[in-house]
Design a protein around this ligand. Structure first.
Ligand code: MLT
Length: 270
């Protein structure tokens, strides 16, 4: 059963979805979604584990605009997660993130490596943005400010999901569209600025000594399997699972296979 709770993190109310009991795995969501994207995994928590999925700053149903507030950095997102762990009296945890959630996990590896015992990196990449990617983010910021979240959903959806989902899973696309359309414009533009400014995390990879699981959808066009293979080779204690018939949002597109790979990894790591 999924539990929903509100936790005060450094003065900001943060919604968390939780399920299971045992060693904590914190799951960080993709851009521009929210903690609800982890519901399929929260429905299937392996024995001995407690999954916690927070909304990142600005996202989720509790999001309130912070007028005049400056755009967050990836380090701010990471410090929010560390603050959540403090509020939950959780000195250590396993960390996992999909895409932007992975970028936040890398920032946590830099800022608080002593607090983690394992890592799951799904459909993500350690590199900083290229100049062309930064330009595309600036265009997306302009689009969000001019036309709102629905225009962002329309622009992003074709790339966020794989061909199989495009062809045969309209219900999954509808769930993703709803989540993106509900994201406040300020959260979208803030996260875009944070992603645009994030540093290269490749040097962190060889320093990650904990067990690592790299997951990627076979049809992921944003962070394709070749990137995941390179990342996995750089991680000393890691395994790679390629999820067939899934794109960039593999946990939502092929939830059963994603959860099975996750459970298999976590059970060997407990
Ligand atoms: C995500 O899924 O979080 C985004 O595709 C990440 C990105 O735009 O780099």
């Amino acid at each position: 059963m999924i539990r929903e709770r509100r936790v005060n993190v450094n003065g900001r109310q943060t919604r968390c979805l939780e399920a299971g009991a045992g060693w904590p795995l914190i799951l960080l969501h993709a851009f521009p979604l929210n903690a609800d994207m982890w519901r399929p995994q929260l429905e299937q928590v392996p024995d001995g584990w407690r999954f916690i999925a927070p909304d990142l700053r600005g996202f989720g149903p509790d999001a309130r605009p912070t007028p005049g507030g400056s755009a967050p950095t990836m380090d701010d997102f990471a410090d929010d997660v560390a603050g959540l762990m403090d509020a939950l009296e959780m000195p250590e945890a396993t960390i996992g993130g999909l895409s932007m959630g992975g970028y936040v996990a890398f920032a946590l590896c830099r800022r608080a490596p002593e607090r983690f015992t394992g890592i799951i990196l799904a459909d993500t990449r350690p590199h900083a943005d290229t100049p062309a990617a930064r330009e595309a983010r600036r265009e997306m910021i302009a689009l969000a400010e001019k036309e709102g979240s629905a225009a962002v959903a329309e622009r992003m959806l074709p790339k966020l999901v794989g061909q199989t989902t495009t062809d045969s899973r309209p219900e999954v696309i509808a769930v993703i569209r709803r989540m993106i359309e509900s994201a406040p414009v300020a959260a979208i533009t803030g996260a875009l600025a944070a992603m645009l400014g994030r540093p290269d995390s490749t040097p962190e990879l060889s320093a990650i000594g904990w067990p690592a699981l790299v997951l990627v959808g076979a049809e992921d066009e944003i962070t394709p399997p070749a990137h995941a293979e390179g990342m996995q080779r750089a991680l000393t204690r890691s395994r790679l699972v390629v999820i067939p018939e899934a794109g960039h949002l593999s946990s939502l597109e092929a939830p059963a296979m994603f959860s099975a790979a996750l459970a298999d990894f976590l059970q060997s790591h407990i």
